[in-house]
Each structure stands twice: as C-alpha cells, then as structure tokens.
Design a protein. Structure first.
Length: 49
C-alpha cells in the first residue's frame, strides 16, 4: 500500500476508491478521504518531502 498523504495516512487505494465512488475533483477526494486536510505531509513524510 502506497501512502499518498502522510498527515492523514491516506493510501493510493483510498484515493482510487474515492474516485470510483464518485469523487470528481480534489475537493471531493479531500471530503471523502481526509487527504490534504491537516497540512503536515512534508513534516511527517519519511523523506521530508
């Protein structure tokens, strides 16, 4: 499982599932998965990126 959003611990599969479930844009994906809502991905990413 590939992590896409480290601050909310959202996986690539969760994003794919959100799209399959009707997400049509980034706003929908955020609402459905919680991705990119905390804003600490760079800080929490193992490589700091």
């Amino acid at each position: 499982m590939k992590t896409i959003c480290y601050c909310s611990n959202v996986s690539e599969q969760e994003i794919i599932d959100a799209i399959k479930g009707g997400a049509r844009n980034l706003s929908d994906i955020k609402k459905m998965t919680g991705a990119c809502t905390i804003g600490r991905c760079k800080e929490l990413h193992p490589k700091g990126t």
